[in-house]
Design a protein. Structure first.
Lengths: 423, 167
């Protein structure tokens, strides 16, 4: 791979060679409005290295058949690649039993809905308390709101402090009697990295089960489910260089064993009779119907690409970039620019939510587009957080391993043009 | 490819910076109608006083981007004091302008929007009737922003319907 230089012992060190990495991503050679593409929307969806596209093409060109049912070489190869993807993903997040604990679903949203619909319905009774936080994405709110409405649950909230971090001072009181805690590991709006392990530890002492919405952290931070201390972990492939249409739910085996199935259909059963069915064993019990096979192969290729570079180096690169962006933006725009998110880089990822003067985020995004700069504008599927911040929307720039200082400069230059236009 | 000058005409920026008829009206006699664009969080509140078949007064509150806010401001100036029938005609004409197929506004054919042809099978759109509102026709070249421009108009239409049902 062009972007990675390995030393003789197979490990990789040092700063990322971003110009080489950029060449791995075909889409980055696009020139919208005649300008270099400056893609700063990876928190919404990341781009794909050629290796991921090739892996999916190769699967379709050489190995496609339905999985789990065929007794012929082609189907066995499809099966092999699909199950190999499961193991690769499991290893990537430190799953103790990747062959049974890693479930392929549609995306992180479906993963959390699965937990709410199965574990939640089986274990939560009227009056039971669920603890959420002020900074959750709708994917980790609405499934619980739906269940709360259905079951009459009490919802509690870990507040966000004025420093954009979760305020866990009152955690023990909030946890008293709580059955389930669902918390993000990194905010998609603020970039805040939450003290997840601490929350999970306290939650377990209080007897609660803990769900991690890790859609923003798995692509950017080395992840180990045991150190996080979660019982369930949800993330999407398309935010970590993989394809759309596939996500992952990791769950502790004994919980998954005890849960009722989610969707019913082919593949998830052991036996079906006119008067009932018995479910398949893990992980297939939760994978009804033909799964996203090519997408699993693409996700595995994305995992390989990230592992070859090393998540620690990706994180170090993003820390440098966010630090540079904070400095540049403050130096160039001063009080005209407000950044919603923790100061410094220790407890934040590569997500910068901005308000520039009184320019509406949609206008800002529209003007930036003319410079080839792609940012997201809106409520970022976090309306309760927008209300807490007192804004209807923000403009959000987010970084990944293929961004560099020149992209930050392009963002700052484009902000300048927007300032001129809206005077 | 359309440029920003097609979208952010000077009249639009002027109405965004200095919105007309901004504020609230006591209800009653005013009727309060809210419009939301759930995709972007834009919100417009129209306060409407309809008396003797006329839009006697109108105020606009809420928040949003330059397109939604300027469109609401331009709308308020255009409909204030007009007969309800005229206002409904104007809403129809404006919405027709906003649904002209993008292809008709292609590069190098800048006059096609004012040629007056509406969507297939519909009445021609006479943008000359729209006065200052015609400044918003460039929005059609930015399909994502069309909902911003039509938000206040849909809200006004809903307010007129409610006023009619109540009378």
């Amino acid at each position: 791979m062009a972007a990675v230089s390995k030393t003789t012992d197979g490990t990789v060190h040092g700063a990322l060679d971003v110009s080489a990495i950029k060449k791995d991503f075909p889409v980055l050679s696009q020139t919208p409005h005649g300008k270099r593409l400056v893609y700063l929307d990876s928190a919404a969806s990341s781009q794909h290295p050629q290796a991921v596209l090739d892996a999916m093409d190769d699967y379709y060109a050489t190995s496609h058949a339905n999985v789990h049912r065929g007794v012929y070489a082609l189907a066995e190869e499809a099966d092999r690649r699909y199950e190999a993807a499961r193991l690769a993903v499991g290893r990537f997040i430190g799953a103790p039993q990747p062959d049974v604990e890693v479930l392929f679903v549609k995306n992180a949203t479906e993963a959390i809905n699965l937990v709410a619909a199965t574990w939640g319905r089986a274990n939560l009774q009227p009056g039971d308390a669920v603890l959420l936080t002020d900074i959750e994405h709708h994917a980790n709110l609405v499934p619980w709101l739906m269940l709360a409405e259905e079951r009459g649950l009490e919802l509690r909230w870990i507040p966000m402090g004025d420093d954009y971090r979760l305020d866990v001072a009152d955690l023990d009181r909030l946890l008293s009697g709580v059955k389930l805690v669902a918390c993000t590991t990194m905010s998609n709006v603020l970039g805040t990295i939450t003290p997840f392990a601490r929350i999970a530890e306290a939650a377990h002492e209080a007897g609660a089960v803990v769900v991690a919405d890790a859609a923003q952290s798995v692509p950017h931070l080395a992840t180990d489910v045991s150190s996080l201390g979660c019982d369930f972990l949800a993330f999407s492939a398309h935010k970590m260089l993989g394809p759309t249409g596939i996500g992952v739910l990791w769950g502790r085996a004994e919980l998954l064993e005890a849960m009722p199935p989610f969707l019913g259909g082919g593949g998830m059963i052991r036996d079906v009779r006119r008067d009932g069915f018995s479910p398949n064993v893990l992980p297939w019990k939760f994978e009804a119907g033909t799964p996203p096979i090519a997408e699993a192969v693409g996700l595995a290729a994305a995992v390989r690409y990230l592992e070859d570079i090393g998540l620690d180096r990706v994180r170090a690169h993003e820390v440098t970039l966010v630090s540079y962006a904070q400095e540049q933006l403050v130096a160039r725009f001063g009080d005209d620019l407000r950044i919603f998110g923790p100061a410094g880089t220790d407890e934040r990822g590569g997500v910068l939510s901005l308000q520039y003067r009184d320019i509406h985020p949609h206008d800002l995004s529209q003007v930036l587009d003319q410079s080839g700069v792609c940012i997201r504008a809106g409520h970022h599927c976090a309306k309760p957080l927008m209300r807490r911040l007192g804004v209807p929307a923000t403009a959000r720039a987010s970084f990944y391993l293929y961004n560099d200082e020149s992209d930050v400069d392009a963002l700052a230059d484009a902000l300048d043009s927007a300032g001129t236009l809206f005077g | 490819m359309p440029g920003l000058e097609d979208l952010y005409r000077e009249i639009i920026l002027d109405h965004y910076r200095s919105p007309r008829n901004r504020g609230e009206l006591p209800e009653p006699p005013a009727r309060r109608v809210e419009g939301f664009n759930p995709l972007c969080g834009d919100e417009v509140v129209v306060y409407l006083v309809v008396e003797d078949g006329t839009v006697k007064d109108i105020r606009i509150a809420g928040q949003g981007c330059s397109i939604s806010q300027s469109s609401a401001s331009l709308m308020s100036a255009a409909v204030k004091g007009k007969a309800v029938g005229e206002v409904r005609d104007l809403i129809r004409t404006f919405k027709a302008m906003m649904s002209i197929h993008e292809a008709r506004l292609g590069d190098g054919d800048e006059t096609s929007a004012s040629d007056g042809a509406g969507p297939d099978g519909e009445e021609p759109v006479d943008v000359n009737r729209l006065g200052e509102l015609a400044a918003l026709q460039g929005v059609v070249k930015f399909p994502v922003r069309i909902k911003c421009a039509t938000l206040s108009w849909n809200t006004l239409a809903q307010g007129l319907d409610e006023a009619e049902q109540a009378s």
